[in-house]
Design a protein around this ligand. Sequence first.
Ligand code: ADP
Ligand code: ASP
Ligand code: MG
Length: 471
Amino acid sequence: MSDAPTLLVMKFGGTNMGDARAIRHSASLAGRSVREGVRVVVVVSAMAGVTNQLLRLADAAQTGDIAAANDEIAAMRTRHFTAAQELGAAPDSDAVREIREMHETLRQAVYGVYLLRELTPRSRDLIVAFGERLSAPLMTLALEQSGVRAHHVTGGEAGIVTDTHFGNARPLPSAYARIKDRLSGLLNAGVTPVVAGFMGETEQGALTTLGRGGTDFSATIIGKALGATEVWAWKDVDGVMSADPRVVKDARNIEILSYGEVMELAYFGAKVLHPLAVTPLQESGIPLRVKSAADPDFPGTLVQADPHDDARHPVKAVTAIRNVSIINVTGAGVLGVPEVVASLFSAIARENITLLMVSQSSSMSNVSLAVQSVYAERTVSALRAAVSGELKVEEQPGVAVLAIVGSGMRGQKGVAAKLFGALAGDDVNILMISQGSSELNISVAVEDAQVEHATRAVHGAFALQEVASGV
Ligand code: ADP
Ligand code: ASP
Ligand code: MG
């Protein structure tokens, strides 16, 4: 980057918000740029583990276990109060009062779920977003303690207006002007906005969430709206790595990736970024940096338009989606009728289910679809309803999809052969194969029980531990 940044959107993940110490460190990273004269917008995740806890307690309330739900809320309250206190908040401060009121509202919402024994996607969103809403005042406290003027807002208050797909909402085109309008006033007054990530609001004011990992997406939506110089996602890893570091011990940081490559990686299970996180940045070309909070001067991963390929390393990363099912639709000859295939896909589209892989045999007597196992039952019933009784629709559970990603694969021969060789050498059976026409990835379905060692074998075969950079 030649010019000094003028506006940065900084996103802090769950680990970076894990306790008072981590929050103070995160605030110091934002404060460093503020002191250099950069305008900073901070976007925060829930404290590590809180989102899962909220989902668990909502489920407990729905099934009638209000005692378990209340115990979890009490534990969460203690955690937020302890952090606030450690960040210097007095018991009668605004921050403590606000945190107390939010827990009370959460308790009431959860009690409503318990009374109705009904947890709709809309009420789940309201409950699960409390994680981010509660961590925002903690970040404000930490910033103010370090001498940075700050003010926190919810995603809706920040102007992130979305559609009504509760649990998986998308920003509406009108969001961008609204965000600019809502946040510019604070920035112009020299105040650092702290936005609760992961959530937006419908036109009618109902709270929505952007899908798991959605705080990355909040940050890039805001980055686009404000024309940020860059968006920085601070994490507990060095950057985007050649594989999940929990699975492959010698996974390495990738210096440069294109927007397209990151999207493929995230789509195929690399939990490091929300799959849609880069989409708001693509048009404007705003770069995204994934950076390690533990090592702030390490460059991390730069995500931008150009892929920066190296002919010796056409593959940059290997990733996997766990808990997948293959849905097989079979019935001799019947699938030769194009309308039948069309009705299968329409049924899936109506259910709003994401297909991970699709394959059709040339005899047209078989179509296989890979979906997340949580959607398998819905997929099977939708397909059975859509096709005639002559077709068999069956689920094969216990599958994982493993993908290799890298724009250097385009036009390169031998990449698939190497992938299949590595899997065969590791005694892994391939259940399904697909390569997108973009040639950014090749994906294979394998037994879930084999996917971790298969990932290590593929990582080794492509010598990904040796790829220091894409340059
Ligand atoms: P955050 O709250 O900061 O968004 P996440 O837990 O959502 O953190 O994402 C970071 C985690 O993603 C890492 O701790 C790592 O375990 C996991 N991960 C999976 N695949 C990758 C990858 N290819 N590169 C980096 N991290 C990965
Ligand atoms: N807290 C949310 C989640 O765990 C959003 C995020 O962390 O990005 O999915
Ligand atoms: Mg995340």
